[in-house]
Structures are given as C-alpha cells and as structure tokens.
Ligand binder design. Structure first.
Ligand code: M6R
Length: 365
C-alpha cells in the first residue's frame, strides 16, 4: 500500500515528479507555448468573454487559489478575487454572466466548496472545477473542469494535490493568456518551465535527508513564522498550515513585509523563521525582510535559488532549490516545506497520516 514508505504522506511527497507529469500529460504544446484542456466546456469566444474570475476553495486548495489569482492577473490581465468557500456563499456575491468561478478541491466533496459552487451557479456564473477525485460531486456538478490526475491522496495533509493544483492553474492561465495577448515566446518559456518541473522536483526530494537533519534541529520549537512575498506569500501560508496540522506546532504564514506591522514583536532567538526567498521579482525586498528578522536575533531558515552576497551571515540554514519562472516557484519551494513539516511531526511522535481532530475531506458545513 505505502510502497515501502513509513507514511502515506511521505509516499505522496515523493510521488510528485510523477503526479506533476500526470497533470500535464497530453496538455502541454511546447512549440506553441499553449495548452490543450479538453474538459473546459468553453468555446474560444466564451473564454475571451470572461471579464472577471472568482476562485473559491478551502484550506490548502485556497492557498493554490491565491497563487492562481496572481498568475491570472499577471498574464491575462483579468481581475480575480479569491474567496474562502465558507464565506463566499454568505456574502451576497457579485456574479455576472461573464464571471468565471473556479472551484478548487482535491476531494471534490468539501461541503463548503460544493455549496459555494452551487451558489455561484444559482446566480448565473459559469463554473470550472479543479478536482482530483474523478466522479466526485463537484466534478459532476461543475460546468467544466480540469482533473488533476494526481492519483489517490490518502494522507490528511495535502501535498501532491497542492502542487498539481498549481500546475493546473498554470495550464489554464497559459491557455487564456495566449488567447488574449501573451506572446508565443513568453508562452513557450512558461511551457518549457512547466515541462522541466518533474525533474526539478526529483532533484529536491533526493535531498530529503538534508531536511530531515534540519527537522532534528528545530523539532522542539513552540512557534514558527513563515514569510514570503508575491507568488510565495501563499507558499508561506501553506508551509505554516502543513506544520500546524501534523506536528501541532503553532505556525503563522505572513507576507514578509507585513511582519513589521505586528508579528515582528514575536521574534527572539528561539523563533525559527522560514523565509521563502527565490530569485524572483521581489527577491531584494525579501532580503531586507531577512535582515529585519536577523536584527532581532530570529533564526532564519531560507529557501533560496542562488548564492547572494547580501545574505551572507544572515542565514542560519539555507536550502537551495532550482530556478524556474516566478509563477512556478511555489511548486518547488513547497517541497522542502512539506518535508520539514513531515519530519518534524515524525520526530515529535505525531500520527502524520491521521492528525487529531482532522478528516481527509470535510463534508459538513
Ligand atoms: O478536498 P479539498 O481540497 O476540498 O479540501 C480542502 C481542505 O479541507 C484541505 O486542503 C485541508 O486544508 C488539508 N488538510 C490541508 O492539508
């Protein structure tokens, strides 16, 4: 069942080179920098008519929604709102016939997400489901969909479904952006970067032992802060959620610059601060946030992509990941964070696959 792995969660983390491959299979057209998505149920004209997007989900799927928001706004130039499914249905949402409501759910059975989708449909929106479980309720009731094809996810902590969701969002964004005004060169660059992901993820999981050693160092901490900016603010939220749910350590994810508006007060020499800092558009800004943490004696664990002189002496621990286009950095950066949460939880003797108080899918409101 677990294929020689101690837990489903570890197996599912290690499967990601394969699952990402499966999410992309038959969908990427490298030469044209375009994607083929057979289940959208939207004509080219209907796709071009979309003038606003709402993405709704819960938990980890809500984090991938935040990444999707940035992708769609950056490349398609269409306004996007991300809504917690549990809030969306009670807020009298604004929907027009040209609003596309994207619903993200690994299980396809989350009660709040399903109810949000039904509410959106009732108000006349078109719905698009990004779902992993084939034939699940959301997949049956949406107007169109993109299956994740990540295979069964058994561990309560979502890992491979998350990275597949981000890839599915990238595939959709690429298609819509190319239909609008993204150049073929830019499209090709993104398609190429997508195609390289599985091997890059493989190169990270081969170094899992480094993260295991890091976990040993930090397993007794009582609190963790996770910081990121831009595409990696949601990565920080996701890293913190993984740690909370399986190790029961209190953790918060924050946009790095927001720290000085409050949470910086928490930082002392006992506080591990995980900073997601790839060389992307906001790297210089993140560098100064790291210096702010260090000045308060926080212990900085950084996920980086390159050697950086400005960070010399500022990092207590550094884990390098391969470079990719900015919008895909959350996929690579989240792998070491999944592993960190996993190894810390195991070392604390926690039930990783079935954490207390949690169910794999939340089918009650
Ligand atoms: O099946 P769904 O994607 O709809 O589930 C949504 C959340 O319940 C889920 O992501 C939850 O937050 C996970 N336990 C996170 O690891």
């Amino acid at each position: 069942e677990r294929g020689g792995f101690a837990h489903f969660m570890l197996k599912e983390i290690f499967e990601q080179p394969q699952t990402l491959e499966n999410t992309m299979r038959g969908r990427l057209i490298l030469e044209e920098g375009f994607t083929k998505l057979g289940g959208l149920n939207l004509t080219k004209e209907e796709l071009l008519a979309i003038d606003s997007v709402v993405i709704t989900a819960c938990g980890t799927s809500w984090h991938s929604a935040l990444i999707g928001e940035m992708m769609i706004e950056e490349l398609c130039r269409i306004p996007v709102e991300v809504e917690y499914a549990s809030e969306y249905r009670y807020k009298n949402p604004i929907v027009t016939p040209n609003t596309l409501v994207i619903v993200i759910s690994q299980s396809g059975e989350t009660a709040d997400t399903l109810a949000a989708m039904r509410e959106a449909k009732r108000r006349g929106a078109r719905t698009l489901g990004l779902v992993n479980v084939v034939g699940s309720t959301i997949a049956r009731e949406d107007d169109g969909g993109i299956y994740l094809h990540a295979g069964p996810e058994i561990g309560v902590a979502s890992t491979k479904a998350f990275t597949s969701q981000v890839v599915a969002l990238a595939l959709f964004t690429l298609k819509l952006a190319r239909l609008r005004n993204l150049s073929v060169e830019q499209g090709r660059r993104i398609a190429q970067a997508l195609a390289e992901l599985p091997a890059q993820v493989q190169s990270i999981i081969e170094r899992a032992d480094e993260i295991e050693a890091l976990a040993e160092q930090f397993k007794s901490a009582h609190n963790f802060l996770y910081l990121g900016r831009g595409y990696n603010f949601p990565t920080a939220l996701e890293g913190a959620l993984k740690l909370k749910e399986i190790s029961y350590i209190h953790a918060e994810g924050y946009p790095a610059a927001e720290m000085k508006h409050g949470p910086i007060a928490l930082i002392d020499d006992l506080m591990p601060v995980v900073v997601v800092a790839p060389h992307d558009a906001v790297f210089d800004k993140v560098t100064s946030n790291i210096q702010e943490v260090k000045a308060r004696k926080g212990r900085v664990i950084a996920i980086t992509t390159r050697e950086e002189p400005a960070l010399k002496g500022q990092l207590d621990y550094e884990f390098r990941i391969p470079e990719t286009v900015d919008m895909l950095t959350p996929i690579l950066a989240s792998i070491p964070l999944q592993l960190l949460a996993y190894y810390i939880a195991v070392k604390r003797g926690c039930n990783v696959d079935q954490p207390r108080n949690l169910a794999k899918s939340v089918t009650v409101e």
